[in-house]
Write a protein that binds this ligand. Structure first.
Ligand code: SAH
Length: 346
């Protein structure tokens, strides 16, 4: 039978302190447990060795710790690591460690599956099962931080929310996870090293701006022409480019934080000068830069990476107009860990 005990990490520090008081104990015991749960990322009450045996037993009787389990770790020939992460209800998500010379980046998931329907993304083939809880997002980061220390001898330096799911469709939990990640009582990472990537949900971009978040924003744009974008990202019929653009202008006005546009150039879809010009125009609305990302085929042959000459056309057009552009190569393709390939294949 599944346990009906409450997940202790759903409690705030205040609630933990109150719980101990209600047990006739001191409130500071709540602080101690909180530290074990977050800063020390304890997997069990047993591991909380600064508490008495009785206290540990009492916690055990009342709560569970639904820690994630890394079921399978795969290593790519380029050093990329992919974790298949099992959740307490046996659903699985994936996260990726991407090492470069100077950085270790964690690419984490925010949902099991995805509710959006980008035609070129493997995750969209899985239907959205549920949102991840803040602790399940946090645990993915801790697991990758540990792997980074173990295999690369350094701490995790950056986080991107570019794994499975649409982070802005699970906004509250993503925000709570980031609070823990950036808090001194958690991992103490700078929010400037965190990027939330969205397919573009205008209402939530406005909300983020109002919340004055300190992390960075990336938008998976892929086309700056309304009907082309709708054909590859059907939700664009509802969340139109016009709305998206207005929300991004609002974001920049409020946060003064430059936006990154993720963009794939496909053969026969957006590999024209006209499409590149439309992107330049879109970039003019708010300070931004463009990452041209390599397409990772997901199976059916409908989408094909454009020729190098088309990509060069984009680079030239953007640069001529003073827009920063980088061409990003994919990592971890041999283990299906690259962008858009996360689909729980194992
Ligand atoms: N839902 C969020 C985050 C997950 S997708 C978003 O859309 O931004 C992470 C990135 O991978 C996005 O930029 C997405 O457009 C890109 N991507 C999806 N499928 C891809 C594929 N097959 N090849 C390369 N990149 C892909």
């Amino acid at each position: 039978m599944k346990s009906v005990k409450k997940d202790i990490r759903a409690l705030t520090k205040e609630q933990l302190r109150d719980f101990f008081v209600s047990q006739g104990d001191k409130s500071f015991r709540g602080n101690q447990v909180y530290e074990w749960l977050w800063q020390k990322s304890a997997h069990s009450f047993e591991a909380m060795t600064s508490l008495s045996k009785e206290t540990r037993k009492m916690l055990e009787d009342n709560f569970v710790i639904n820690h994630i389990k890394v079921d399978l770790m795969q290593r790519s020939s380029d050093g990329t690591i992919k974790n298949a992460v099992r959740l307490h209800d046996d659903l699985v998500v994936e996260s990726v460690l991407i090492p470069t010379k100077s950085r270790t980046t964690a690419c984490v998931s925010s949902q099991v599956g995805c509710s959006l329907d980008c035609k070129f993304c493997a995750t969209s083939r899985l239907k959205r099962m549920r949102n991840l809880n803040p602790d399940e997002i946090y645990d993915q980061v801790v697991a990758i931080d540990n792997e980074s220390r173990l295999y690369f001898g350094r701490r995790l330096s950056n986080i991107v929310f570019m794994g499975m799911g649409e982070p802005l469709m699970n906004y509250n939990n993503v925000l709570k996870a980031i609070d823990k990640i950036t808090s001194e009582e958690g991992l103490g990472m700078s929010p400037k090293r965190i990027t939330v990537s969205t397919s573009g949900v205008p209402k939530m971009i406005r909300k983020m701006a109002d919340d004055e978040v300190k992390f960075k924003l990336a938008v998976s744009l892929h086309s700056a022409i309304e009907d082309v974008r709708t054909s590859i990202m059907p939700f664009n019929a509802k969340f139109t480019l016009t709305d998206l653009r207005a929300s991004l202008v609002y974001w920049y006005e409020k946060t003064k934080s430059r936006i990154t546009y993720e963009y794939i150039v496909w053969k026969g879809i957006n590999d024209t000068q006209e499409a590149a010009n439309a992107l330049v125009e879109f970039c003019r609305f708010a300070p931004s830069k463009v990452n041209l990302i390599e397409y990772n085929p997901i199976d059916d042959g409908e989408f094909k990476q454009a020729q190098d000459t088309a990509i060069q056309t984009y680079v030239n057009t953007l640069e001529r107009n003073g827009i920063t552009v980088t061409v990003r190569r994919s990592r971890g393709k041999d283990i299906d860990a690259a962008c858009g390939q996360l689909a729980n294949k194992q």
